[in-house]
Design a protein around this ligand. Structure first.
Ligand SMILES: [Zn+2]
Length: 437
């Protein structure tokens, strides 16, 4: 029975244990008229589409978590409160601004209010949630810290462990090597929440605007159902989408953090007109302005060049490597088998120019870097993506001459909004700093 503690399991109706004390069960699939509604992932299907030869029904939408049929029940045990008082181990002192925001988050949580922390890239948002986690643990509550992105989870896990050294913490994702066990602190991908039912009074979602969570109905359902009935949500984002802001309006407290940890403003992107950015491979003459930009930037720091597609990235990297033969030029994309090695090499400044795609849009920090977005008006670049990419520059370290260049040949709403948002956050930061003096 211990396995049922804190997690929702799928059990065949006929296999239910005799001793059901403390055990809660609900049907795996609910049938309403001609529809079959999955209770694990929330998807609805027509009966005729999902009937098995045995006459029972199944849900095709969440079969990757194990097939659920109308013969199954979802079972769990209520969680026990296990209070623990923590002396948080911070990696360094919080700035007075971070501390003030951290205190406000604790207050919202204690009042049972969900919140969005809209915090610029490089502001140290993870450290600002530690005190809220500690407040929940003091009451005995269980806390999940989740993200749509596995690399974000991998990065969060050691930081949570370091901050709460006396607490057992588990990292759970699709490729986890560690089997599930009950812990009061869980770091997991948002997908994993489909395995939990009303298990967490506090769920923190990092990078809530990132793919694939944004707009994924199943993951939203998983999150809502993993949260206790009176639970609190904390969304963390540097770039909340309009859709998200609309969804939480009036229901969530919104706390903005416009200041980066080092308190220098965000770098405002410069616009650079490149008429034929799509056909730069065709004529050397057309490439000349871009080559000049790259040479100028590479003279002073590492240059990251974002491209809208992998084939385009490969063509451009090869041409630039040829024309700037005195520089070390490379490229990396999601399809690259050496992806991790190359990102590490880039962090160690082994390249001078690195072409890339959206994989380096967020979650990575390079020191002394400038960023060029080639074809910034391509539809792949949403406002959030552009703000995130611009946010790669001047995140930390003493060097602060990095630049952000958006190369484009048509103005888009995303470009305009990204620049407006960056400027707005800088103005807010200026006001905060002025008020403090
Ligand atoms: Zn399902």
């Amino acid at each position: 029975m211990d396995m049922l503690f804190g997690k929702q399991y799928l059990i065949d109706k006929t296999q239910l244990p005799e001793d059901q004390q403390g055990l809660y069960c609900r049907a795996g699939l609910v049938i309403e008229g001609s529809l079959v509604i999955c209770q694990r992932c929330g998807e609805r299907h027509r009966k005729s589409d999902v009937q098995l030869p045995s006459q029972c029904y199944y849900c095709p939408s969440c079969s990757r978590y194990g097939r659920i049929t109308s013969e199954d029940v979802l079972c769990w045990q209520e969680h026990r409160l296990q209070p623990m008082a923590h002396q948080i181990v911070f990696p360094g002192p919080l700035t007075p601004f971070q501390k003030a925001l951290s205190d406000r988050l604790v207050k919202h949580y204690q009042a049972g209010r969900s919140m969005l922390v809209w915090s610029v890239t490089g502001s140290g948002k993870t450290e600002m949630i530690f005190e809220t986690i500690a407040a929940a643990r003091k009451k005995g509550e269980r806390v999940a810290i989740v993200s749509p992105r596995i690399d974000v989870c991998r990065e969060l896990y050691p930081r949570i462990q370091q901050a709460f050294p006396n607490e057992d913490c588990l990292l759970l994702h699709g490729d986890s090597e560690e089997p599930y066990r009950y812990t009061n602190l869980l770091v997991a991908t948002t997908h994993q929440l489909l395995h939990f039912y009303q298990s967490f009074p506090l769920i923190i979602v990092d990078e809530v605007d990132a793919f694939p969570y944004e707009g994924d109905r199943q993951l939203h359902y998983g999150l809502q159902h993993a949260l206790s009935e009176t639970g609190c949500l904390v969304y963390l984002s540097a770039t909340p989408s309009d859709r998200l802001l609309k969804e939480i309006k009036g229901r969530f407290e919104i706390e903005k953090m416009p200041l980066r940890f080092h308190q220098r403003p965000l770098i405002v992107p410069q616009l650079c007109w490149i008429e034929r950015w799509r056909q730069l491979d065709q004529r050397k003459k057309w490439r000349r302005p871009l080559i000049n930009i790259m040479r100028r930037l590479a003279e002073k720091n590492f240059v990251l060049v974002f491209c809208p597609s992998i084939p385009y990235m490969e063509r451009m990297a090869a041409l630039v490597a040829n024309e700037l033969s005195d520089y070390i030029v490379s490229s990396v994309s999601s399809k690259d088998p050496q992806r991790e090695e190359k990102v590490l090499a880039a962090r160690q400044q082994q390249f001078q120019i690195l072409f890339t795609t959206m994989i380096l849009e967020r979650g990575v920090t390079f020191e002394s870097v400038s960023v060029v977005v080639l074809g910034a008006n391509h539809s792949i670049y949403t406002k959030s993506a552009l703000v995130q990419i611009a946010g790669r520059v001047d995140r930390k370290g003493a060097f602060h001459h990095g630049e952000v260049l958006f190369c484009y040949n048509q103005m888009t709403t995303a470009i305009r909004q990204a620049i407006t948002e960056i400027k707005h956050m800088n103005q807010l930061a200026e006001r905060w700093l002025a008020d403090e003096m």
